[in-house]
Design a binder for this molecule. Structure first.
Ligand code: MCA
Ligand code: AMP
Length: 478
């Protein structure tokens, strides 16, 4: 049995979590999360209303201590997506910060406020390593998002592999502004520092000023998605304080999508820092990274992490043996960092793995150079869009838009965007007078979630289709 957070037992005299001017020491966190854990223990599963707050962190830590699987919910979830997640995951209650206004979609789920006032003196015995810890929802190409069931073993494994790759220690103070309902912000960004016995400083929302301030004070590391680094890269040459703060950091880490080499270069030119990229997925947690003590090669995602078996596979399913930096194959992985299953989706779980050998198919296409560094060059599915670091399935947006009375036919694609990496474009055949673009964006934000809204709408008389009647998306983008 792995103890996930040894520092909650040792309680070093230091800050564990800081959100703005509110903070909890390890002693305080152990007391409040320990006492909430006692209350949660009998429950089969809980949801967490994942605002960027101390309360969200306490709720998740308490659930982990209690051995109760937790489902973090994006507080901006629209009606349809929230209803799906609630019915799919059937939480026994929702943990929320006092004062948070919960939507009607959660009316049927009992609510418990997370109070920072517990005084447990003992932590419950933690469950076995294969026990489910978190269920994180992620988009696929079609259909509603799937719940990725992550066991405790995967969380401990990935965080310890990152300790090795990044020389991550209890002395690190991690600064970030990532949302707490995905792997990046929650598992790496909150559970990571807690497992190391270090500190987190969460900024609530991203701004370059707040990043500069936090790194200039006590921050040693920063995590961000490429959109955040792009905004830093755009400002840093003209902002001496930002440049100095970044220069003083021990490690800057980017992930969730590719960081363009141009942004790497602008940050390096202004600060001397070389941002480290790591590559992961909700289903696999972290697979590869550029190592803190290794050569930094911008545009690559580094080498496989400790314990991760990784291969590149050609179209016929055969492993590519050459490391020539040119031959492209699909990344497939195996190892203790992987998820257990998609919740209630045995079909999707089976399909996600190769029939021989049990390799997880990532759908990401890459090359490998002579030093073993991987360079991600694209994705197998054109229907997956990565915007602002969020994974978004074109199909779910198309389905939502088809419910709008002004839409007769629609196709959704991703287009390159300097800030977001990709922006969502809706190609719409209107059913009459074309609806307002804003109206379509609001419709998607209301049903699904705001980051899935189309940023551009293009009206057409008809969609290009092949003989089979299938929309030819590549022709649209061309
Ligand atoms: C705009 N808004 C709306 C509407 N339009 N709300 C309702 N209806 C509308 N029609 C709101 C948005 O909710 C948002 O509110 C604000 O207006 C601005 O929206 P947006 O433009 O989308 O935000 P942004 O400022 O451009 O955000 C950029 C960002 C964000 C901060 C970089 O995209 C972000 O936090 N990305 C992180 C994604 C991430 O963590 N991915 C990890 C998953 P408000 O400002 O209040 O929010 S990937 C993962 O976990 C794997 C394992 C990995 O490898 O990491
Ligand atoms: P998610 O399903 O939200 O966990 O997103 C996982 C996907 O994000 C991966 O399959 C990759 O396509 C992408 N991704 C994550 N990190 C990187 C990176 N450093 N470079 C390129 N793509 C990345």
């Amino acid at each position: 049995m792995t103890v996930l957070f040894p520092a909650l037992q040792a309680t070093p005299a230091k800050t564990a979590l800081r959100f703005g001017d509110r903070a909890l020491s390890y002693t305080e966190l152990a007391a409040v999360a320990g006492s909430l854990a006692q209350q949660l223990r009998p429950l089969p599963r809980v949801a967490v209303w994942a605002t960027p707050s101390l309360e969200t962190s306490v709720a998740v830590v308490a659930a982990l201590l209690a051995g109760v699987p937790a489902v973090p919910l994006n507080p901006k979830l629209g009606e349809r997506e929230l209803a799906h997640i609630v019915s799919d995951s059937a939480p026994a209650l929702v943990l929320a910060e006092p004062g948070a206004v919960l939507p009607a979609g959660l009316a049927g789920v009992p609510r418990q406020d997370v109070e920072l006032s517990g005084n447990a003196t003992e932590l419950p015995a933690e469950p076995h390593d294969e026990a489910s810890a978190l269920i994180v929802y992620t988009s696929g190409t079609t259909g509603p998002p799937k719940g990725v069931v992550l066991p405790r073993r995967a969380i401990a494994t990935t965080l310890d592999a990152l300790e090795d790759a990044w020389q991550w220690t209890a002395d690190d103070v991690l600064v970030h502004a990532l949302p707490l309902f995905h792997v990046h912000g929650l598992i790496l960004g909150i559970l990571g520092p807690l497992r190391r016995g270090g500190s987190v400083r969460h900024l609530g929302r991203f701004s370059t000023e707040e990043i500069a301030k936090a790194l200039a004070e006590d921050g040693t590391m920063m995590f961000g998605v490429p959109t955040m680094y792009h905004r830093i890269a755009t400002e840093v040459a003209g902002d001496a304080d930002l440049a100095a703060a970044l220069r003083g950091a021990r490690l800057l880490v980017s992930g969730s999508a590719a960081l363009p080499v141009h942004d790497h270069q602008r940050i390096t030119a202004a600060t001397g820092q070389q941002v480290v990229e790591r590559y992961g997925m909700s289903e696999t947690l972290m697979n590869t990274s550029v190592r803190a003590d290794g050569e930094r090669k911008p545009g690559t995602v580094g080498v496989p992490l400790r314990g991760v078996e990784l291969r590149l596979v050609d179209d016929s399913g055969a492993a590519i043996e050459s490391s020539d930096g040119e031959t492209v194959g699909e990344i497939q992985v195996r190892g203790p960092n992987l998820f257990t299953e998609y919740l209630n989706r045995p079909d999707a779980t089976t399909e996600a793995f190769t029939s021989g050998g049990g390799w997880f198919r990532t759908g990401d296409m890459a090359t490998r150079d002579a030093d073993g560094y991987l360079r991600i060059v694209g994705r197998k599915a054109t229907d997956i869009i990565k915007s602002g670091g969020y994974k978004i399935g074109a199909g779910e947006i198309e389905n939502a838009l088809l419910e709008h009375p002004g839409v007769a036919e629609v196709a959704v694609t991703g287009e390159p965007d300097d800030d977001l990496g990709e922006r969502i474009v809706a190609w719409v055949v209107p059913s009459g007078e074309p609806p307002a673009e804003q109206d379509l964006a609001d419709h998607v934000a209301r049903l699904l979630t705001p980051h899935k809204r189309p940023r551009t709408v293009r009206f057409l008389d008809s969609l290009p289709r092949n003989d089979m009647g299938k929309v030819m998306k590549r022709a649209l983008n061309a």
